[in-house]
Write a protein that binds this ligand. Structure first.
Ligand SMILES: C[S@@+](CC[C@H](N)C(=O)[O-])C[C@H]1O[C@@H](n2cnc3c(N)ncnc32)[C@H](O)[C@@H]1O
Length: 308
């Protein structure tokens, strides 16, 4: 399946595109949102896109040669400030983050993201760096595995599954998604019939392997610093852990600084840098009908204030 951009109209409206602005799409994927941004930009506007997945960067290469307003960079968005410094861009007019994995990543069994189809147990968004799920599962001890399953998947049978993984790998290396999915299913005493038993385990290992939550924290912080006053930050997340982080990051940056209420605030104290524009926006029934993968998507929008 090609990637259908999620909350497309909502995200583009929320960005309030200025024709000659400089925008940042931190998660290019297959460029669904990016092409919408380019359509709204005028001839002097610019769009810089990031993706940590080399296949997404390759998919953007043709567009980059055809449209001089567009540029693609192979990087994790936590490096946002370094890349903007290299490009000599002080501030951008708005930032989009459409988190998680794309349909092409999920649908390619060779990437190892899916428990629905068998493939090597990899799960790295950038297969050119870091540890694959297979390598990590071969080395981590049962406590570490259980911690990851609990912290990043809220898997209530985390200990049981971790023990089963350690036992199984003593007999044969754990190398494929089907092996892991079977093992996790067998280790669960109670099944949730609305979800595949391996859903939480796969989510947890993927988030951990790719450092996804710390990417979101660092990425939002950097985006707040490098967005101009009046510019919008638009973030689409796909599960509650991620959405909670986004909500808290926006909330923290939109609160007045804490101080002693009896003392006047010195001029130097920072004012809130964000103002929250919308709470959780969810896909319409029409969109869900067309694209069931959008079902857990949540969009949040904040606007950069004048504060330094
Ligand atoms: C949900 S898809 C984005 C889809 C895109 N908006 C579209 O319309 O085609 C997420 C993409 O972001 C990339 N990605 C996820 N986390 C990233 C990060 N921390 N830095 C850079 N890219 C990331 C993934 O590799 C994937 O290609």
């Amino acid at each position: 399946m090609d990637h259908l951009p999620v909350l497309y109209r909502e995200a583009l409206e929320a960005l309030c595109i200025k024709k000659d602005g400089v925008y940042l799409d931190c998660t290019y994927g297959r460029g669904g949102h990016a092409s919408g941004i380019l359509e709204l930009l005028g001839p002097h506007g610019k769009l810089i896109a990031f993706d940590r997945d080399p296949t997404a960067v390759l998919a953007a290469a043709e567009l980059a040669t055809q449209d001089s307003r567009f540029r693609i960079v192979h990087t994790a968005f936590s490096h946002l400030k370094i890349v903007l410094d290299e490009l000599k861009i002080e501030r951008v007019s708005g930032v989009l983050m459409d988190l998680g994995v794309s349909s092409p990543q999920l649908d390619d069994a060779a990437r190892g993201f899916s428990f629905q189809s068998d493939g090597p147990l990899d799960m790295r968004m950038d297969p050119t760096s870091g540890l694959s799920a297979c390598h990590w599962l071969a080395k981590a001890n049962a406590d570490e595995i259980a911690h990851v399953l609990w912290a990043f998947g809220e898997e209530r049978f985390s200990r049981r599954i971790a023990r089963a993984i350690v036992e199984a790998r003593g007999e044969a290396p754990l190398e494929t998604t089907a092996q892991l999915a079977r093992l996790v299913s067998a280790a669960q005493p109670k099944k949730d019939y609305h979800k595949h038993p391996a859903t939480r385990t796969f989510q947890a290992i993927r988030l951990f392997i790719n450092g996804e939550l710390s990417e979101v924290e660092k990425g939002i912080q950097a985006a707040v610093e490098r967005t101009e006053a009046g510019g919008r930050l638009v973030v689409i997340s796909f599960h509650s852990l991620e959405d909670r982080l986004v909500k808290h990051a926006f909330r923290d940056a939109s609160r007045p600084p804490k101080g002693d209420p009896r003392m006047p605030l010195p001029e130097s104290v920072e004012k809130p840098r964000l103002s929250i524009i919308s709470k959780a926006v969810k896909p319409s029934a029409f969109e869900l009908n067309k694209n069931p993968r959008a079902r857990s998507a949540v969009l949040r929008v904040a606007e950069r204030t004048l504060a330094a």
